[in-house]
Design a binder for this molecule. Structure first.
Ligand code: GAR
Length: 224
């Protein structure tokens, strides 16, 4: 990816619920720390609060009902084809999964290779899947956290972009731990998107290299 972009990066956000990560992205754009524009928010849940958040900020919101497709042998793929139509209609460049609780199929992944990000409330590759804060407590781990990664066909398996660690306290409930992890998610997701927008993410195999800021060469005194 080149970093000579002048137009804001066009984001499409997929969300199923509360939408606090969506809000963190909206806030970063509105406060000028992220050069991007959310062109559409799509949900598989009609009453997702994420859709209300989009509406409040004048962002196009789309509810895409999965029900009419249930029972088909290719239910998931058919849903993703419908999603893809919307993403392409709005010329989305980068897709963000923000609390999107559906498995993404190869239909979307092949259309947006290394252009779909997800945020997950654990330090991957530990604790993929659901209810991971409770699983971390049950396992007695001392440090958990959150991960932003590119989405590939294996669930929660794609190349890791950035992570933040959160210590686990002996008194923690799943709710308390989730809340502390969420604070870090809200910091981390806009940061990962900014790195992408600036062209600083380079995927090598399953690793993501983050380009450092170029330092100016110090002029040699000999040359003066
Ligand atoms: C967040 O904690 C996010 O990491 C998690 O769902 C929550 C959504 O919150 N995502 C997953 O577990 C995906 N595997 P939000 O709707 O307030 O952003």
């Amino acid at each position: 990816m080149s970093n000579d972009r002048t137009q804001p990066l066009r984001l499409g956000v997929l969300a199923s619920g509360r939408g606090s990560n969506l809000q963190a992205i909206i806030d970063a754009i509105e406060n000028g720390t992220l050069h991007a524009r959310i062109v559409v928010v799509i949900s598989n849940k009609r009453d997702a609060p994420a859709l209300d958040r989009a509406r409040k900020h004048g962002i196009t919101e789309v509810f895409l009902d999965p029900k009419p497709l249930v029972g088909r042998p290719d239910t998931r793929e058919a849903y993703d084809r419908a999603l893809l139509d919307v993403l392409q209609k709005y010329e989305v460049e980068l897709v963000l999964l923000a609390g999107y609780m559906k498995i993404v199929t190869s239909v979307l992944i092949q259309a947006y290779p290394q252009r779909i990000m997800n945020i997950h409330p654990a330090l991957l590759p530990a604790f993929p899947g659901l209810d991971v804060q409770q699983k971390a407590l049950d396992h007695g781990v001392k440090i958990s956290g959150c991960t932003v990664h590119f989405v590939t066909e294996g669930v929660d398996e794609g190349p890791i972009i950035v992570q933040a660690a959160v210590p686990i306290l002996e008194t923690d409930t799943a709710e308390e731990l989730s809340a502390r992890i969420l604070e870090q998610e809200h910091r981390l997701y806009p940061q990962a998107v900014r790195l992408y927008a600036e062209g600083k993410l380079h995927v090598e195999g399953r690793c993501v290299r983050i380009q450092k800021n170029e330092s100016r060469p110090i002029p040699s005194t000999d040359a003066v």
